[in-house]
Design a protein around this ligand. Sequence first.
Ligand SMILES: C[S@@+](CC[C@H](N)C(=O)[O-])C[C@H]1O[C@@H](n2cnc3c(N)ncnc32)[C@H](O)[C@@H]1O
Length: 228
Amino acid sequence: MSALYGELAQYWPIISPVNAYEDEGRFIAGILKAGKAHEILEFGCGGGHLSYHLRDDFTMTLTDISPEMVDMSRRRNPMCDNKVADMFKANLGRDFDAVLIHDAADYILDTDQMDAAFRTARKHLRPGGMLLVVPDHLADYWQPSVMTGGSGDVHYEARYCEREGGIRIDFTVTVGDRVIEESHDIGLFPQYVWVDRLRAAGFAEVDELDASETGWGERVAFVAHAPA
Ligand SMILES: C[S@@+](CC[C@H](N)C(=O)[O-])C[C@H]1O[C@@H](n2cnc3c(N)ncnc32)[C@H](O)[C@@H]1O
């Protein structure tokens, strides 16, 4: 497990503040409401910061591969069902109106993993249910960048660099005198690949919505419907 989502999970509210997810929450809630979805399963909920902005309007099951992040999500959203699960092979034994993959989509590294995530999502959807995928990055628009943040004793820097076949993020987190550095490989796919793989996973209809209003540059939300 990475340090960022493991021992540093306790600092997630400083590294990635809950308020930063408000615009995305509003945008995603609009799509889920338009699809008449009530029961939602999120893959890769992290500290539950996005879901904090959804939990009053939907019944949410929040899952993440990191037990430390699930713990943070449980503290943030105690009224939701918070569980450890891997988006590539979860089996919660029940189905939902919608499955949401938000920025955890970054951790899909290749099309085999994409297929696995979409199969896992489909298995958890009612007939006609919705898979909503909102990746942070698309190869069509991506540019290298640096993000910084933090407050008090905790500061972080994330450098997004090109690597063969994707992006590498070099994180530096400072907690008091301690400096923790780690790199994450994340995926980078063109828009058409998301659509092709959603169709290949058996989603009958795939809509591509402009998500730039979420405030993170040019971005697309993929809304895929399982056969009714
Ligand atoms: C950027 S964080 C998500 C932050 C989250 N949107 C929030 O509101 O706090 C990405 C998350 O993806 C999770 N993740 C990575 N690979 C995963 C997998 N295979 N299955 C489930 N979660 C995964 C990480 O553990 C991490 O918590």
